[in-house]
Design a protein around this ligand. Structure first.
Ligand code: C2E
Ligand code: MG
Ligand code: MG
Length: 580
């Protein structure tokens, strides 16, 4: 008995790791000296059994499905064990299993899930009369119990392969399918392509209409995708609002048709609860083996193409080498930027801000600069967005405030009087910090708040307007001044503009550049100035490069200006020599 149990435990350990019951059945058959042993899963509603494993002295048997009605196994449906020592074939002439194995004796026992409920059966069969030893009646219930636990686990695993909202394979399942497809493509020397689809701003739909509507929309999208899928194309849901399509046999040159087909299907408005939802869908694509040598890199490449698709006019992009190079550069840049931050190697340049009417200095903007030993000067247009994307912007922001304040103190010590205020840029993510105001006060210790101004872009303020209202009021409350940067590009509503506690609007330089030639841009500049006046705010024109800009801005009533006409951003000493 003990030896028998020891062997069975080993068999179950194998079943758990190999996901196959066959080795365990083989041990069981040998312990009890029977010719066949099998485990079948039972589908409760259809009363059908599907053999999961069948060990037979006469060789391996393929899995097969059979109806339980009229078979020797039928009694297990009422959760009872049953034993027919001999003549079982003639007792159950309909039983295809018995006929197939040519069994004379039969013993069957139900397999219950751990919480109860029939999920399978285990059967022992013999080609001669089956006299089971007493041992059998003791160990079979135990074996059935173990099998029940393992079967339930396998069933749960299977459920984790399918997405319950759309009925599509989920990411995990899809990765297996993709790996298989890559193997097949490699063997057949055929290409294979992958589309990566993403619904834009789906989070807003969820937030606005609730998750139930969101789920129903996703299910509708999945239905659309199924409907337009052709041949052996496979669809899956990768995550929240991301889907993917496997296109066996497609090379990268033949993708545009498929991309358009899937995009059009998903962008067709969906009617739900009396509303029409119009999705915007971006698609990235990549092909095996051209862009990636294996499944996971193929998925990665399609994801990179997707990121580029978000900026593309038609929201569709196929992966290319430039994308791979851009990504490599970004990774390398991140590593170097992290190091530069750690070693405090970033510096500041200062650009004058002047009163338009008198031409006198009203302050300066501090602009971050990075000189890398190997890469030379890296533009803030590149490293600031990178710092934002990779979570380095808070650290960078702290260093900028600290060194700006240090510089003010140094000029003071050199008896170079700095008039007005020094403006420092803040990123959107810095606004997420509820402690921002206190932190800025701490970092600017020794400097009066009125000597500092902060610039926040209109887009950043509009990202979470309620939070921005609160933070801007706090900053103003402690005496910092505040400018809305790049104004005119961020689509803020007037309603908010009044509630943000900002004292200055910085007119985006694109309007200033174009206002001399475009009456449209000139009208925008003039309206912004009038609006700021009405709200009691000052205006600063950015990007002032020519005398004509100065003249027109004066005429339109703009207060201050900043731009190459007055001076480019330059280092502290140079700035002091020219202006202080
Ligand atoms: P911004 O805050 O709008 O800064 C003005 C940008 O316009 C600066 O670019 C400046 O060099 C440039 N500029 C000034 N006058 C002229 C002109 O007459 N013509 C032209 N064509 N350009 C002019 P820069 O220094 O490359 O900075 C780009 C952006 O990077 C800044 O735009 C700001 O958004 C961001 N940035 C720079 N430093 C920091 C920083 O310390 N923190 C944060 N969060 N962002 C920063
Ligand atoms: Mg700025
Ligand atoms: Mg600006």
């Amino acid at each position: 008995m003990e030896e028998a149990l020891r062997q069975l435990v080993a068999g179950f350990q194998e079943a758990g790791s190999t996901r196959s019951f066959t080795p365990m059945l083989k041990r069981l058959a040998s312990i009890l000296d029977v010719d066949h042993a099998l485990i079948a899963e039972i589908e409760a509603t259809t009363r059908q059994a599907l053999t999961l494993a069948c060990w037979s002295a006469t060789g391996p048997k393929d899995p097969f499905t059979y109806a339980l009605a009229g078979t020797a196994s039928e009694r297990v449906l009422s959760q009872e064990a049953c034993h027919y020592p001999e003549g079982v074939c003639s007792l159950f002439p309909e039983d295809r299993l018995l006929a197939r194995l040519n069994a004379q004796g039969y013993y069957g026992i139900p397999i219950l899930a751990p919480g109860g409920g029939l999920i399978g059966l285990m059967a022992l069969m013999h080609n001669r009369p089956l006299q089971l030893p007493a041992l059998a009646k003791e160990i079979m219930p135990l074996v059935a119990l173990q099998a029940g636990a393992e079967l339930a686990r396998q069933r749960a695993d299977r459920q984790t392969l399918w997405d319950s909202v759309t009925g599509l394979p989920n990411r995990r399942h899809f990765m297996t399918l993709l790996e298989q497809a890559c193997d097949e493509a490699r063997q057949a020397n055929q290409p294979l392509s992958l589309l990566h689809l993403d619904i834009q701003r789906f989070k807003e739909i969820n937030d606005l209409h609730g998750h139930e509507i969101g789920d129903r929309l996703l299910a509708a999208c999945a239905e659309r995708l199924r409907h337009v899928a052709e041949g052996d194309e496979r669809i899956a849901r990768l995550s929240g609002d991301e889907f993917s399509v496997l296109l066996p046999g497609h090379a990268n040159g033949e993708l545009s048709g498929a991309m358009r087909r899937y995009q059009a299907a998903m962008e067709e408005p969906i009617a739900l609860e009396g509303r029409h939802f119009k999705m915007v869908v971006c698609i990235g694509a990549a092909s095996f083996p051209y862009h990636a040598p294996d499944a996971s890199q193929l998925l990665q490449a399609s994801g990179i193409a997707l990121n580029h698709a978000k900026q593309a006019r038609r929201h569709r992009r196929v992966f290319d080498d430039a994308m791979a190079r851009a990504l490599q550069r970004k990774e390398a840049l991140q590593a170097r930027l992290t190091r530069a931050l750690r070693n405090q190697q970033l510096t500041l340049h200062f650009q004058p801000q002047v009163d338009l009417a008198s031409g006198t200095l009203t302050g300066a903007e501090a602009l971050c600069r990075w000189h890398d030993e190997e890469w030379g000067w890296v533009s803030p247009g590149e490293f600031i967005p990178l710092a934002e994307e990779r979570g380095l912007i808070n650290q960078l922001g702290h260093q900028v405030v600290r060194s700006a304040c240090r510089q003010l103190k140094q000029w003071e010590a050199q008896e170079r009087h700095f008039p007005g205020r020094l403006s420092i840029n803040l990123s959107a993510q810095q606004l997420d910090n509820p402690q921002l105001t206190n932190q800025l006060l701490r970092l600017s210790n020794g400097i009066l708040p009125r000597q500092l101004g902060f610039e926040i872009t209109e887009t950043a303020l509009m990202r979470t307007p309620q939070q921005a209202i609160r933070i801007t009021r706090e900053l103003q409350g402690v005496g910092f001044s505040l400018a809305i940067d790049d104004f005119g590009t961020g689509y803020s509503s007037l309603n908010y503009l009044k509630r943000f506690a900002a004292d200055t609007l910085k007119i985006d330089m694109t309007f200033v550049h174009d206002m001399l030639d475009s009456s449209h841009d000139r009208a925008i500049v003039s309206t912004i100035i009038a609006m700021a006046r009405a709200l009691g705010m000052k205006t600063v024109a950015e990007g002032v490069e020519r005398r004509e800009h100065v003249e027109l801005l004066c005429e339109l009533g703009c207060d201050q200006a900043q731009g190459f006409y007055y001076g480019r951003p330059t280092d502290a000493d140079d700035f002091a020599d020219k202006w202080l």
